[in-house]
Design a protein around this ligand. Structure first.
Ligand SMILES: Cc1cc2nc3c(=O)[nH]c(=O)nc-3n(C[C@H](O)[C@H](O)[C@H](O)COP(=O)(O)O)c2cc1C
Length: 165
């Protein structure tokens, strides 16, 4: 492995900081809610499990996102862990919040869109919203969970990919 480069995050090296953060490979989720303007979704990799008892998870919407407000105000939302066959759905929800025509979904609690055929789904009630700098940290209490099977979609260094078998 090549030598590591040390730096202090700041305005001069934003890109380098993003590159460093992007070295952390994650899964990919689509978070959905029912907003005043209808079903809404967003692709997010900030998802993390927090607590088993009580069952708590989190994700972090960006304050700069046009979809920020409805997601921090949502009483209920669902987090879908996406499989490697669902890359197109994830790409669509990066760009638009209402890309539901391309997939099978049904309304759950409060109309929350539930996407089928995912690796896992967590239907949540908003538990807390914390400050997270230019993001908010939304903590959800998991009301119901579902588990499917398949291989995960991966995001690392700004690219979608899959685990090598
Ligand atoms: C793999 C991946 C993960 C993302 N994760 C997040 C996330 O955790 N939080 C977030 O607000 N936006 C995330 N985004 C960006 C959003 O999907 C969306 O494009 C962005 O927030 C702009 O939203 P807007 O169109 O409502 O302004 C991610 C994008 C990609 C490709």
């Amino acid at each position: 492995m090549s030598k590591m480069i040390d730096f202090t995050p700041g305005p001069a090296n934003k890109r380098q900081f993003r590159t460093a953060l992007g070295q952390f490979a994650t899964g990919v989720t689509v978070v959905t809610t029912h907003s005043a303007s209808g079903p809404l979704g967003i692709t997010a990799n900030s998802f993390s499990s927090i607590s088993l008892d009580p069952p708590l998870v989190l994700w972090a919407p960006a304050r700069s996102a046009s979809r920020f407000q409805p997601f921090v105000e949502a009483e209920h939302f669902a987090i879908h862990v996406m499989s490697e066959t669902q890359g197109d759905i994830c790409r669509a929800f990066v760009h638009e919040g209402n890309a539901f025509d391309m997939l099978d979904w049904r309304p759950g609690i409060d109309g929350t869109p539930l996407i089928d055929n995912c690796l896992a789904r967590f239907v949540c009630a908003r538990h807390a919203v914390h400050d997270g700098g230019d993001h908010a940290i939304v903590v959800g209490r998991v009301l119901s969970a579902a588990v499917g099977d398949g291989t995960p979609l991966i995001f690392t260094s700004g690219r979608f990919g899959a685990l090598k078998g």
